[in-house]
Design a protein around this ligand. Structure first.
Ligand SMILES: Cc1cc2nc3c(=O)[nH]c(=O)nc-3n(C[C@H](O)[C@H](O)[C@H](O)COP(=O)(O)OP(=O)(O)OC[C@H]3O[C@@H](n4cnc5c(N)ncnc54)[C@H](O)[C@@H]3O)c2cc1C
Length: 504
């Protein structure tokens, strides 16, 4: 007989906490199951997290959120990909777009034909065959078409937004569905002396909040996982050495493009993320190679518009908890682990943590098999994201600073090395199992950072050059014509969610 868990306690009210509360409140009837969230206004949230990837659409759809309302409430703009500047070599610029490049021919991936054309002469960069990249660079946007015959069906998109506002938006949603919020600071975690299970959290004013199951959404503090349950941290700093960020918002200058920009610097990289009202800027760097004062100076030298505050420093550690689900507690968000925001994957990993938990929802018997499966699959998600991010650092020819010398020459995880070797040798890239990043993403970064295969695909190599070039030209024409007919991103935002230039 199944006896359901009756009382969930979420510790922390950042995006992780409120995403968890909103999702739980949408799968359980709050009259049957109590969901309580404890957060401390005095401690506040990490206050960053502005770029997302397309999977967030699924999360919002699961909650039944209206996209225009969500965008208005969170200051959201659209995002069609990331432009990488100075990564492979200084002066290089490429886009990792959402969606596909070109169209496959005879069952062979498009990029093999692009490589064949590249070998025989000039060919436009591969991103010129991506509708998302072409539209993003031109500052255009349209929603994808559901008609597979339309070029517009190749659109994929995500958002730039204010994660604090997303948290507040989800709070209204969750409270509206019966989630109870308790304001207070957790000082102690009570555990059952024999099982070690968490029984309650005690607040600084002596109130106790008890539950059957707990979520540690307390951010980098990891109050339950680190503080109480003592779950070890798997440190990946040797592969991803950046451990600090300086962040500052700035005023908009020029049109809002649906594109994140990531510019490599001498000791890390800098993001530029346009939301409706401002540009989010952050310089991610490695404290072993750059001090905080220099990092803030680098940031301020290169923000586009006037800064709206002083830079703020955030320290972090890259890696994850050995166990994401320990006893009767799951860590979600920064408490579970962190991989730097180069490909905007943290909010996605929160979403994965929540969806996996709901898929593996235990009853009061808390089967060990569910816990093991959760931990296995979350570890796989983290490792796959890690490999993709490490690729950006490893695939560089930059030798202009000790930081880049370290990254260029470091050993990488075997799982990544295999992917690099396979592509270098044969141009092949595959998505395994439930990997987040699909082939076009890997291809965009490999080619964008100058990893070219030594051999062509045998089938693509046999197609006459003229035929390949004709196909490429007609694909390119279809893409540019479609992008030309799209409204500007700003016009689309105005019509869709009431954005006005005066918001800037
Ligand atoms: C530099 C940087 C850039 C980032 N950029 C991106 C990005 O572009 N895209 C992306 O997807 N993600 C990004 N992230 C990650 C993203 O910000 C987080 O994953 C997301 O905001 C979730 O944070 P959180 O809710 O886990 O933690 P937090 O926002 O820190 O929330 C923790 C909560 O716990 C509460 N709390 C802590 N201690 C106590 C206590 N003792 N008692 C009661 N409450 C307590 C706090 O009050 C707060 O409510 C970035 C992170 C960093 C560090």
């Amino acid at each position: 007989m199944t006896t359901i868990l009756k009382r969930f306690v979420i510790v922390g009210g950042g995006s992780a906490g409120w995403m968890t509360a909103a999702a739980l409140s949408s799968v359980y009837d709050p009259n049957t199951v109590e969901i309580v969230l404890v957060e401390s206004d005095a401690i506040g949230t990490v206050g960053v997290g502005e770029a997302t990837i397309p999977d967030i659409l699924k999360f919002n759809a699961m909650l039944g959120l209206r996209e225009d309302e969500f965008m208005r409430a969170t200051d959201a703009t659209f995002k069609l990909g990331i432009q990488f500047v100075d990564w492979g070599r200084k002066g290089d610029v490429y886009v990792h777009p959402f969606g596909e490049h070109g169209a496959d021919l005879n069952g062979i991936d498009f990029h093999h034909y692009w490589l064949a054309a590249h070998e025989t002469g000039d060919v436009p960069a591969i991103e010129e065959f991506s509708l998302c990249a072409v539209a993003a660079k031109a500052g255009k946007f349209a929603l994808p078409s559901r008609d597979a015959r339309s070029v517009l069906s190749q659109m994929g998109y995500a958002y730039h937004f204010d994660a604090n506002l997303y948290g507040r938006f989800l709070r209204r949603f969750a409270e509206g569905r019966g989630v109870r919020r308790i304001e207070g600071e957790v000082r102690e975690v009570g555990r059952d002396p024999s099982s070690g299970f968490v029984t309650e959290v005690r607040l600084s004013d002596d109130r106790a909040v008890s539950g059957d199951f707990f979520f540690d959404c307390s951010g980098f503090r990891a109050l339950l996982h680190e503080g109480a349950l003592d779950v070890p941290f798997i440190d990946w700093s040797h592969w991803l050495p950046c451990d600090r960020a300086q962040v500052v918002p700035s005023a908009h200058v020029g049109p809002i493009k649906p594109l994140t920009t990531s510019t490599a610097k001498t000791g890390g990289w800098q993001w530029r993320i346009p939301t409706q009202r401002r540009i989010g800027n952050g310089h991610v760097y490695c404290s072993a190679f750059m001090d905080d004062v220099s990092a803030a100076e680098v940031l301020l030298e290169t923000v586009d518009g006037p800064p709206l505050s002083e830079p703020r420093r955030i320290a972090f550690r890259t890696g994850h908890r050995r166990s994401f689900w320990e006893k009767n507690c799951v860590a979600i968000g920064l408490s579970a682990g962190f991989i730097e925001p180069l490909e905007s994957t943290s909010i996605h990993l929160i979403q994965q943590g929540i969806s996996r938990f709901i898929a593996l929802m235990p009853d009061t018997s808390l089967p060990e098999t569910l816990r093991r499966e959760y931990n296995r699959s979350m570890r796989a998600d983290f490792e796959e994201v890690r490999d993709f991010i490490v690729l950006h650092y490893k695939a560089t020819e930059r030798n202009d600073s000790p930081f880049w010398d370290y990254c260029r020459t470091m050993d990488v995880p075997d799982s990544l090395q295999r992917k690099i070797d396979l592509f270098r040798e044969s141009g092949r890239a595959f998505r395994h199992g439930e990997e987040l990043f699909a082939r076009p993403s890997w291809v965009a970064v490999f080619l964008g950072q100058n990893i070219l295969p030594s051999r062509l695909h045998p089938v693509a190599s046999q197609v006459p050059e003229q035929k390949v070039r004709q196909s490429l030209s007609s694909m390119r024409r279809a893409i540019t014509t479609t992008a030309d007919t799209m409204p500007s991103h700003e016009d689309f935002l105005s019509r869709y969610c009431g954005w006005k230039p005066s918001l800037q």
